[in-house]
Design a protein around this ligand. Sequence first.
Ligand SMILES: Cc1ncc(COP(=O)(O)O)c(C=O)c1O
Length: 397
Amino acid sequence: MLLDKCRSFSAADDARALGLYPYYPGSQGPSGRGQVVLDGAEVCMLGSNDYRALSSNPQIIGAAQDALALYGTSATGPRHRSGNLDLHEELEADLADFFGFEAALVFSTGYMANFGVVSCLAGRDDMVLVDERAHASLVDGARLAGANGARVLSYRHRSPEDLADHLAAAPERPSLVVTEGLFADSGRAAPVAQIVEVCERYGATLLVDESHGVGLLGRGRGVIHESGMAGRAPLVTLSFGTSLASQGGAVLADARTVDYLRHHCRPQLFAAGLSPAETAAAHASLREIMRQADRIPDAVTAAEHLRAALEALGFDVEPSIGPIIPVRFPDEQGMLSAQRLLLDHGIYANAVLAAAGAGHRLRVVCTDAHTPEALDAVIGVFGQLREKLIPQRRQPD
Ligand SMILES: Cc1ncc(COP(=O)(O)O)c(C=O)c1O
């Protein structure tokens, strides 16, 4: 029977029975303020993507409230019908301007932007090359492109050499190369300069998902700008669920490509437009990021401090940049136990199960909301729990 797999699914119950289930923590109240009430207890939130802590900023909330009062709760339909608001178009104009593109197109989620753009632009006779650890929305878009006749391959994580080998093997195919800019789980940047060079050499079109670099790196513009490659990646996508403190997503491209997507991209055509309040919140956040573009974000400074402290304590910290600090554990049980122990001591971090070739990690994330005092308290807890968290502790260098 179809639902047999659901009835026999027991992994979540098994983890719950052991007290090690790490998902769907119940957040009571806002999660963007550094401290949050999770399942009734106040904890330090070190697992939020609200990197610039704008989701609780009064100015952003005010912009969303104003839009709600003026435009109502809903866009009322897909954008090509009743749902195209001036709010969408104003946001698109500022996104294009800030990131240095001719045009932008807003979607109702970042997932839909990635899924829609990849599956719309690649099809029969094309090739899609996806970094093996790219976000599910990019992978799923590539799968649909594959169902439509594209040849879909993954290349080794962050490897321009492997990418070049694949492109060299099929130089005649129009190709789309897909990567995250800053990888969400590991906090490592793609080698964008080398990937751009390979794409240009083989005439491939590059799409970079800047969801986790926007607002943080490259003067707020992401990894492409940070790598000195502005203008050299023809397609950029982003989610508004990170530094833009909202819901939604966008693609940035040349005007002809955006117009093509406006008329062919199915998640754009067959879904309601982004709601007024979400659009206004994303736009107000973008304005704030533009205003502060010359400052190094507090989230980045905080993460540098915490990363160095965790390394000094002997934790197995993977190299990363920006606000994400991946702390590796030898096995799933060790990682889940560490996550639970930290939670019991007032710290929430994300549990990330191993992807292909990657270890089990805690994803520890700093935001602008983490004060030096809060971080010192966090470092104190990691220090106090060190022997329990690292059974076979590496000696600090
Ligand atoms: C790299 C990346 N791209 C896209 C998305 C999807 O964005 P959204 O949450 O806006 O659908 C996410 C969110 O998990 C992400 O991490």
